[in-house]
Design a protein around this ligand. Structure first.
Ligand SMILES: [Zn+2]
Ligand SMILES: [Zn+2]
Length: 149
């Protein structure tokens, strides 16, 4: 269940334990739109929890991805980036094949999203899979890398 819904309902039912690092890192994702690397999360988390270590950040990011509160995206440079899971949105990520940065393309049309979801959910259901999120991967060159070519 997405974090927003967890905040509204989940803790009443004692679904998942929100430890201090988890709460802190979720706050960071809510306040910072975009795609954060573990190092960036660590730097931001340090302001709230000065004693937090890199190992805790990695572990917490893994747990939050498993809980489906954040998405883990691995780019060409091999670095993982993370973003908040938002309801009803298909992520359309463009990966720069040169610098590894991740961009988010403007959302697809509602109509197309609904059709895609229906199709994907139908197929997944047949395979016994519960779909958590959708992600479209596009490869290309970002404006900066294009300029430096
Ligand atoms: Zn680039
Ligand atoms: Zn994204």
């Amino acid at each position: 269940m997405p974090y927003r819904r967890w905040k509204r309902h989940g803790h009443r039912h004692g679904m998942h334990r929100m430890t201090e690092p988890r709460r802190c890192i979720m706050k960071i994702f809510e306040e910072n739109a975009g795609h954060l690397s573990a190092e960036e999360v660590f730097m931001l988390a340090n302001r709230y929890l000065p004693n937090i270590g890199m190992a805790t950040v990695y572990r917490t990011l893994d747990i939050l991805s498993q809980m489906n509160y954040i998405n883990k995206i691995v780019s060409y440079d091999g670095r993982a980036r993370y973003e908040l899971v938002r309801d009803n949105k298909i992520h359309t990520h463009l990966f720069c094949v040169n610098c590894g940065r991740v961009f988010e393309l403007p959302s697809l049309s509602e109509d197309l999203i609904e059709r895609l979801k229906k199709d994907i959910n139908g197929n997944a259901e047949n395979m016994g899979i519960d779909v958590h999120s959708f992600d479209v991967r596009i490869q290309g060159l970002c404006p900066e890398c294009k300029k430096n070519k």
